[in-house]
Structures are given as structure tokens and as C-alpha cells.
Design a protein. Structure first.
Length: 260
């Protein structure tokens, strides 16, 4: 049984076939799908999905860095209010994204630092989005983090140096369909991730793995990433499923799948 540790199944991309898509995931053995929030507009559909599938979909709460604009104070207020819910399993996704726009870098840094503080205060894991921003992320973690902070660098695409630095924090590393791309150099980097620090994710509907690259991604495609991880680590697909699901249970404090 697999755990998709990062998937946006509540987005409009799944409007036409959401229930069938979730059933395909369950049929493929992907029995838990963890839902990172984006901003105030995604909260209602995300919570609605988690309430419809409480045994399979688990909500996080955070403000995505690409949603940090002029109204970021108001957006943070929406996040903070939602953190009163008992079903939140993590703070996220949060971080810094300098790929699309550098206009609001200072605001992104402030929002990230605020969510680090909330993660430590609430004893929740932090789900980090780091795109073209590892040095900025590390600098803020050094300044605002602490020994009790835990979490995951989701959709990891760094090199060996970034991996070594990321592992120096109390964090896991999430990999997805990018590792299956022929032009990706991630395999050697992934090989250096200790198996007890590895998580699998899809980041659906984005980043579909080979052979679905370029199409809409979905949680059932997690199996392709698992097969690539099994090849890299010289393990069976079943061993990868067991290891990464156990890691997710530990990080997000999920009930083990064999418990009703």
C-alpha cells in the first residue's frame, strides 16, 4: 500500500472524473493521498474532498509561495484561522519560488518564516516548496527553525550539495515523476537519500511520470515513481511501498494502514 505524500486532487483538473480518479488510485494500491493547500481559494474544495474520503485524503494547511501577493497578510489570516481544525496533518505547502516571479521575495520570506513558527508551535511537519530558492530556504531555516522542526522538501530537484544540506535538517525528501524523466539527473542524487528519509509523491495534476509525461498526473501514477525508486535502490516495488508509507506515517503521524 502506497502513500502519495503530496497531491492536489481538489483542483479543477479533476472536476470531470474525481471519484473515478480516486478509485483508480485505490485500485493501484495508493490508499492515502495527502493534500497540501495552496491559498484561500483552495481551502473549501480541499476540505470537502477530505471530508468525503476521510480514510484516504488528509488535508494540510499553508500558503503556497506563488500565491504570496499584495494581500499576503489577509491570506495568512485565512491559513491561521483554518489551523484550528483538528484534521490538519501538516503546514504546507510553503517555501520560496523564484522561478516564476521574484517581485514578492521579501513577502515570501516573511510568509515562510511565519509558517515555520506555526509548525513548531503546533508540532506539525512543514512541507517545503523550493524552486530556484535553496539558498534562501536554508538561510531562513537556519534563522527561524529549530531542533524540533520536522518536515519534507517536496519535489526535490537539487544536486548533491543541496541534498546534503537538506538532510542536515530533521527533514525527509519527497521525489516524484521527475525522477523518471530521461533528461533528469536525479537518479544519482536519489541514490544518496537514506531510505528512512524518502517519501513518494505525485504533485498531481503536475509532473506526470514516464510514460504519462505531458499528460495530467494523478495519484495512481505514483506506482511509476515507486518502480523507478525500486530500480535505484535495488529493492522490490513492494519494499519501496512499505518503507515510504512507514516514513509518511512517522512524519505526518498517520495511523498505520493495517489499523482500522
Amino acid at each position: 500500500m502506497y502513500t502519495d505524500s503530496h497531491t492536489h486532487l481538489y483542483l479543477d483538473a479533476f472536476e470531470a472524473d474525481r471519484e473515478q480518479m480516486i478509485q483508480r488510485a485505490l485500485d493501484a494500491g495508493v490508499t492515502r493521498m495527502l493534500l497540501p493547500n495552496i491559498d484561500s481559494t483552495s481551502m473549501e474544495p480541499m476540505f470537502s474532498l477530505a471530508e468525503r474520503f476521510p480514510d484516504h485524503c488528509f488535508p494540510m494547511m499553508g500558503l503556497h509561495p506563488t500565491s504570496v501577493k499584495e494581500d499576503y497578510i489577509e491570506e495568512l489570516g485565512c491559513v491561521e484561522a483554518a489551523l484550528k481544525r483538528k484534521d490538519i496533518i501538516a503546514i504546507g505547502e510553503t517555501g520560496i519560488d523564484l522561478y516564476w516571479d521574484k517581485t514578492f521575495l521579501k513577502e515570501q520570506e516573511e510568509v515562510f518564516a511565519t509558517q515555520i513558527r506555526w509548525a513548531m508551535e503546533l508540532d506539525l511537519p512543514l512541507v517545503i516548496h523550493a524552486r530556484d530558492s535553496f539558498q534562501e530556504i536554508f538561510s531562513i531555516l537556519d534563522k527561524d527553525g529549530g531542533p524540533k522542526l520536522r518536515g519534507v522538501f517536496h519535489s526535490f530537484t537539487g544536486g548533491p550539495d543541496e541534498l546534503e544540506r537538506a538532510l542536515s535538517y530533521n527533514f525527509m525528501i519527497g521525489i516524484n515523476g521527475i525522477v523518471t524523466f530521461k533528461n533528469s539527473n536525479l537518479s544519482e542524487v536519489v541514490r544518496a537519500i537514506p531510505t528512512n528519509r524518502l517519501l513518494l509523491e505525485t504533485d498531481s495534476p503536475f509532473l506526470a511520470p514516464v510514460p504519462y509525461r505531458g499528460k495530467r498526473n494523478e495519484s495512481s501514477y505514483l506506482v511509476e515513481t515507486a518502480e523507478k525508486a525500486a530500480e535505484i535502490y535495488n529493492l522490490t516495488k513492494e519494499e519501496v511501498a512499505m518503507i515510504t508509507s512507514s516514513n509518511a506515517e512517522q512524519l505526518f503521524r498517520l495511523k498505520p494502514q493495517n489499523e482500522s
